[in-house]
Design a protein around this ligand. Structure first.
Ligand code: AHR
Length: 506
């Protein structure tokens, strides 16, 4: 029996903000050093120390924004340590991540150069936990102030004449934990205070993002919403914040100390991962419901600025470096997260996967012992889905029940889909999470018809399959012939554990 769905291709919907495909790079393990940044003296081809093959591969994803410098690291980062001649920059200890020395060779100018090379907007997370209001205020001035001022002069003295456009500004990170162990009430006041002194200079208008809740802590969101500003006005007060964040990681368990291996897992563990991933929908809906009570016009954005899988580190690697492999299971976690994001596009304005290179659910893994790098299965999902960026999200309605499986006490729906339209191009994303069974799907495209379609599939023999320098394409997308279109009906066979995208012109 085929799953029957309807997509009204001629009806409008919310815009899928391209920033839902955002990224996150922290000074953590080998994300920055040994990932993005190898230094100018490296034998690996680089420009200003930035690794060119990594940049080239990421450009293909059309990364809309990159969050930096953390994470927990953001709240112990002092930006003035990362400007000026590198050999004179002070060294600090990265207390959160492995206790290693941080030489500050990758700082503000290096980050902005990286963003320019990637074509991505910067999203800077300021230091609330151990910094000062003045420090944050001056960083904004340093980056964005046109004309003459102390910080603009300092920037120019360091070789950058023009200010940079910087829109996204984080007021700390995880203030309930590594960002200062604050109560929600205390942090809300701090966020208002810090936000007040982060100024708009010239044509640069900041979009300030308050550090939000840990997964289902809806009370945190409620406290921040009470303090957000003048919601009676058409525009939220510029002295407050424009968005709240939330963090949610897919953790398989059974405990935080035993999260399970990224590659050695059985089917039961796989399904538990997918149940954890599916919780993102309930979590976003919970925060949105609270926000709607205070802001029914939805002018305050929700930003999921950390998401992704979190497994045990690879054996033999530094536990503080959070280095994990990435399998087809990770790809399906990503593809189903995007379906949820597309459904919540009227409130969710940004999401950032943790993290881009060598940390947690990465796009790229670089080999510490050679110049090799591999694209992960998660990279391929971002690539296959990039056409959803800035497209109109289309509802998918089901005429028949979706297949599901009991997983412990939970029920996992095993087929997931979403669709969007940009101009006349339709893009449908389909995931079959069942480890063993294929699925048939029949979609009525109401209000339009497709001619020919391009279909691409990401799957592999077994779920733990992953890419390595020796076998870089073990999990890679391929053209797919299991999709047909006749008139206004699209039929697809979805093999077990697969992700398929179908695109065509209406
Ligand atoms: O992404 C790794 C860490 O997870 C971040 O530094 C922190 O914000 C979160 O707890």
């Amino acid at each position: 029996m085929a799953i029957e769905a309807v997509i009204n291709v001629d009806l409008g919907g919310p815009r899928i903000n391209r920033h839902l495909y955002g990224h996150f790079a922290e000074h953590l393990g080998r994300c920055v050093y040994g990932g993005f940044y190898v230094g100018e003296d490296s034998g690996i081809p680089n420009e200003r120390g930035l690794r060119l093959d990594v940049v080239e591969a990421l450009r293909e994803l059309h990364i809309p924004n990159l969050r930096w410098p953390g994470g927990c690291f953001a709240d112990e980062y002092h930006w003035r340590d990362g400007i000026g001649p590198r050999d004179r920059r002070p060294v600090m200890v990265n207390t959160h991540w492995g206790g290693v020395e941080e030489n500050n060779h990758f700082g503000t100018h290096e980050f902005m150069a990286l963003c320019e090379m990637l074509g991505a907007e910067p999203y800077i997370a300021g230091n609330v936990g151990s910094g000062t209001v003045r420090e944050m205020s001056e960083w904004v001035e340093y980056l964005t102030r046109d004309g003459d001022s102390p910080m603009a002069r300092l920037r120019k003295a360091n070789g950058r004449e023009e200010p940079w456009p910087v829109r996204f500004w984080g007021l700390g990170n995880e203030a309930w934990g590594c960002g200062g162990n604050m109560t929600a009430e205390h942090y809300a006041q701090e966020a208002r205070r810090y936000g007040t002194y982060c100024r708009d200079y010239g044509g640069n208008t900041l979009y300030k993002i308050a550090a939000g809740a840990n997964s289902a802590d809806y009370a945190w969101t409620e406290t921040l919403m009470k303090q957000v500003g003048h919601l009676g006005c058409r525009h939220v007060s510029s002295t407050a914040y424009h968005a709240l964040s939330v963090h949610y990681y897919t953790v398989t368990g059974p405990t935080w100390e035993q999260k399970g291996s990224a590659t050695a897992f059985d089917t039961g563990e796989y399904y538990r991962t997918m149940v954890s991933a599916a919780r993102i929908e309930e979590i976003l809906a919970g925060h949105e419901a609270v926000m709607d009570c205070y802001d029914p016009g939805r002018s305050v954005g929700l930003v999921l600025d950390e998401w992704g899988t979190w497994f045990d580190v690879e054996p033999g690697t530094n536990p503080g470096f959070l280095y994990q492999q990435n399998t087809l299971r990770d790809a399906l976690v990503a593809s189903t997260h995007f379906d949820v994001f597309h459904r919540h596009a009227d409130r969710l304005v940004m999401a950032n996967i943790a993290q881009t290179v060598n940390v947690l659910q990465a796009m790229i893994l670089t080999d510490p012992d050679s110049d090799a790098m591999v694209l992960t299965p998660t990279y391929h999902v971002f690539h296959m889905n990039r056409g959803h960026q800035d497209a109109t999200s289309l509802r998918v309605d089901f005429r028949t029940a979706l297949p599901s499986r009991a997983v412990g006490e939970a029920t996992l729906t095993t087929v997931s889909m979403s669709a969007s339209r940009k101009d006349s191009r339709l893009l449908v994303s389909l995931s079959n999470l069942d480890a063993d069974e294929g699925a048939e799907v029949e979609i009525e495209l109401r209000g339009g018809a497709l001619g020919t379609v391009d279909a691409v599939i990401l799957t592999s023999g077994t779920l733990p399959d992953h890419n390595t320098p020796e076998s870089p394409s073990a999990v890679a997308p391929r053209p797919y012939d299991g999709v047909t279109v006749a008139g206004g009906t699209l039929r697809a066979h979805l093999p077990a554990h697969s992700f398929v995208t179908v695109s065509g012109v209406l």
